[in-house]
Design a protein around this ligand. Structure first.
Ligand code: FCB
Length: 446
């Protein structure tokens, strides 16, 4: 039996995926190369040399996947559009065959009564743009707006709300600062322009979306940051980390200014031009997408490098990925956002939340992922507590519909409600799938 929670009327339930993680078909119908196609073939970049060349073959099996979603009773499906399918060279010619795929998908969703919630950029940048500097180049922001026009021009009539970017923080840090994701640059703090240009791209794309009368969201990876003690050095380190992870990507959007990054010894003056912040904040947000996985515990730095140390959270369960399980961190995060931004905080949708489990199909053909059910139930309850404390949360999208290509981890981390056998492409709904269906239906039947 699932627990019925006090959630606002019209609360929306969904699942999330992303293009490179599920689609496959990387060389079909005129799709161009993306930075991920290049990155996955670098020796040692991805565990066991896995690639997204086939992934879940969603490009061909989307009907079967939408049928699984319909059966769940979802309100919404968050997926991403692959920029290199639509504008294969990153700028210039639009590939109509690429848009046809998303049109088929959108129409299939609508026929199933599911609202499409597309993300325009979930990390698969066209390789040609990378060769011009990727998001380190200001020009990429303008190319992003042109690509947005191509997509929204075709699908905007059927899709009310759009997410511009997925997790600009993670893309900057993993892709440009540390090099563990594509494009694999390891520039540390010199990666900062990649944050600003993504945000500028968001602002320019938001203007395009507004021009079409569409709603604008962005999905940020956010984490409540806790100091490891009340020692002023730990507290200052936690503030520095919070500025980098959370405020760098929210203050410009919601307050029209960058936070003080003095603790990092960096200035934004070099690449932030006059008028940029007005573009970034100007269009406003109809909703903030929050991707939450875990809180972060921070201590004072141990050496001369970064102004903080990330320390393990003890005494809690961990997912197969090793991520700490702290459901109340989601309540803490949401309440903290409301306290920090007040009326400037738009309605929130949880656009990702979930966990990896070493799931296997049992001899009886079932996948008993009790760990995931407990994880999801705990987090949905945390959302309800945040709502009770006055935060305007409109929906919850779990990551993910199905097991998929988990970036540098390849197929080793399974996040799905549906198990995927990557040899046969067989889909097997897990116990959590049945649980989620029941949860959704319990919240409908009132
Ligand atoms: C998020 C990503 C998503 C997925 C989950 C596990 O950071 O947005 O694509 O990989 O983590």
């Amino acid at each position: 039996m699932v627990k019925r929670l006090e959630l606002p009327v019209g609360f929306r339930w969904g699942v999330s995926t992303a293009s490179y993680q599920v689609e496959g078909a990387v060389a079909e119908d005129g799709r161009g190369r993306s930075i991920w196609d290049e990155f996955v073939v670098r020796p040692g970049a991805v565990k066991d040399g896995h690639t997204g060349a086939v992934a879940c073959d969603h490009y061909h099996r989307y009907r079967e996947d939408v049928a699984l979603m319909r059966e769940l009773g979802l309100d919404g499906y968050r997926f991403s559009v692959a920029w290199p399918r639509v504008v294969p060279g990153g700028s210039g010619a639009v590939n109509s065959a690429g848009l046809d795929f998303y049109e088929r998908l959108v129409d299939e969703l609508l026929a199933a009564g599911i609202t499409p919630l597309p993300t325009l950029f979930h990390w698969d940048l066209p390789q040609e743009l990378e060769e011009g500097g990727g998001w380190l180049a200001r020009d990429t922001a303008y190319r992003f707006a042109e690509y947005t026009e191509a997509v929204v021009g075709r699908l905007g009539d059927r899709v009310p709300a759009w997410i511009t970017l997925n997790e600009p923080f993670v893309h900057m840090v993993y892709g440009y600062a540390l090099g563990i994701h594509a494009p694999g640059r390891a520039m540390m703090l010199d990666a900062l322009p990649a944050a600003h240009h993504q945000l500028l791209g968001h602002g320019l794309a938001a203007e395009v979306l507004r021009g079409h009368g569409r709603q604008v969201l962005i999905a940020n990876n956010l984490t409540p940051v806790r100091p490891s003690s009340q020692d002023p050095a730990d507290v200052a380190a936690a503030e520095a980390y919070d500025a980098l992870h959370n405020r760098l990507f929210l203050d410009p959007l919601l307050l029209g200014r960058y936070p003080d990054l003095g603790a990092f010894g960096v200035e934004t003056e070099g690449f932030v031009r006059e008028g940029d912040l007005a573009v970034i904040s100007g269009s406003g947000l109809d909703g903030l997408g929050v991707n939450y996985y875990n809180p972060t515990l921070i201590s004072a730095p141990v050496d001369e490098g970064l102004p903080f140390t990330d320390v393990p959270i003890e005494g809690v369960e961990r997912t197969a990925f090793g991520w700490p399980v702290v459901p109340d961190g989601l309540r803490e995060l949401l309440v903290g956002l409301r306290e920090r931004y007040g009326a400037a905080l738009p309605p929130v949708t949880i656009t990702e939340n979930g966990c990896s489990v070493a799931d296997e199909v049992g001899p009886d053909g079932a996948v008993d992922d009790r760990f995931r059910i407990d994880y999801l139930a705990g987090h949905v309850e945390a959302v309800a507590r945040a709502v009770a404390e006055g935060v305007d949360v409109r929906g919850y999208y779990t990551w993910s519909l199905m097991d998929n290509f988990e970036w540098a981890e390849g197929y080793h981390q399974r996040f799905g409600l549906v198990h995927v056998d990557f040899e046969t492409q067989r889909r097997t709904p897990k116990a959590s799938y049945a649980w989620y269906r029941e949860l959704i239906s319990a919240h409908r039947a009132c």
